[in-house]
Design a protein around this ligand. Sequence first.
Ligand SMILES: [Fe+2]
Length: 542
Amino acid sequence: MRRRRFLQSAAASVSALAVAQALAALARPAAAAPSVPGAKWRADPFALGVASGEPRPDSVLLWTRLYPGQARPGGSATDAEQAAHFQEKSGLIALQTIEVSYEVFEDDGLKKRAQRGAVVTHAGRGWSVHARVEGLKPGRPYWYRFHSGNATSPVGRTRTAPALDAAVQRLRLALASCQHYEQGYYAAHAHMARDDLDLVLFVGDYIYESSNPQYRIRPHTGGVPQTLAAYRERHALYKLDADLRASHAAHPWICTWDDHEVDNDYAAGQSAKYADPAQFLARRAAAYQAYFEHMPVMPGGPDTWGGAHQRIHQRWAWGQLADLWTLDCRQYRTVQPCRDPLKGGGRVVLNCAERDDPHRTMLGQAQEQWLTEGLADSRRRWRLLGQSTQLSSTGIDTPLGRTIYTDGWDGYSAARARLLQAVADMGQTNVVMLGGDVHQNVAAQLRVVPNDPASPVVASEFVSTSITTRGMGEGALTRIRASNPDIAHARSDERGYTRLDVTPQSATATFLTTPFPAQVDAPLNVQAVYVVDTGHAGVHPA
Ligand SMILES: [Fe+2]
């Protein structure tokens, strides 16, 4: 009954997909109470801002989450306290669902409305709102806002992807990752918000579950999250940063995750701390749910909303210019090789032969097959692979042999060689890996056999430094550079993001950085510019 009433009351322009999505939202309602069109808010429910993502030629995904502030500003609230706070600020009785409406405009003056609709949300999904807006025109900006009762959200700007057959001359994206809240201010996001971008590609470590007291400029609230409530609080804390909200409101984001969204160095169902796998999967489900509740990303995959198994890897297109894959390097990977028997996760090891075991996988068999098949049938000019970490080797040669860090692709060397051999076999030269995680800017050549001049360069790599998280010391990085001639550029001393300009002729990475992550309004400067020319695998300085 309630579903039928919702269908009748939904605005006429709500697409079939949006209705399906609203029904999915209702699949786990908080209780059998009627949906209300709004609330009488006593606090701004849009304190976490607005965001958009998943740009397609005819659709985008709009996001917000009703969040009338923290029950205990600066402290950690219990579930019950936060629920009571929500009730008090919204003026609703408990256990209701809320309808949130949205409007999409063709102009920044909000005069020409292109779409309107509504979705229903409830406590079971953290009052988060995901509205997929369809029927849009390709390759153009749109402006949007939400309404709930007496409250209206800030205005966001988004952009649709160009038509699939369009002869596009430019894709300009910001590659970003690793934004530890405690370790700095989001000067990079403030810069990104003002930058002329088509989209933001965020490749992981959006939140950090852990703390490092050594570099604390502003504290996390709460301890290391284990529960859905604690992960929600962590995400909300990050979104309360005005610069991060501005970056979301300015551009559509395409996202994947790494480990810190859940737990440092986790591998599939295995926690680095060797907790009971069932217990870890329950924690992973909570972390994944909180992630989707706070991001302009819709979960896919075998589980319904709130499950431990969610698909985030996707394929995107930008006219005839580029195919873009976002990969999941955490959920399906084999556990790190040559493990310390007493401690999980990654570590630096000497002469680890296990890493070359062909059964080991970074992406999982299904995702790897999906990717290689997709690469084989790609006919666009560029093939960009957004993934969590660094593909090129960072091993260090010593008199006793080579040391590697087991959590990165070096720990999955057979899988890396398989991927690059597939690229080589296809004869494609315009393949560019885009990564994060290592808190340094990297431009590198990619060969099936790393650093071996006899093995041709088959692809190119750009890794962006962190938004805030500290990088490794110069001593270690000097040894990495000396042992890896394939690395053309590596600097870990600055924070920022990477602007990638893709044209039919080239893919150019501009590393934009600041040495002052502790300064709110630190300006970003150009650290270096590297280019890949069409038809020639490999990077060179501009
Ligand atoms: Fe990180």
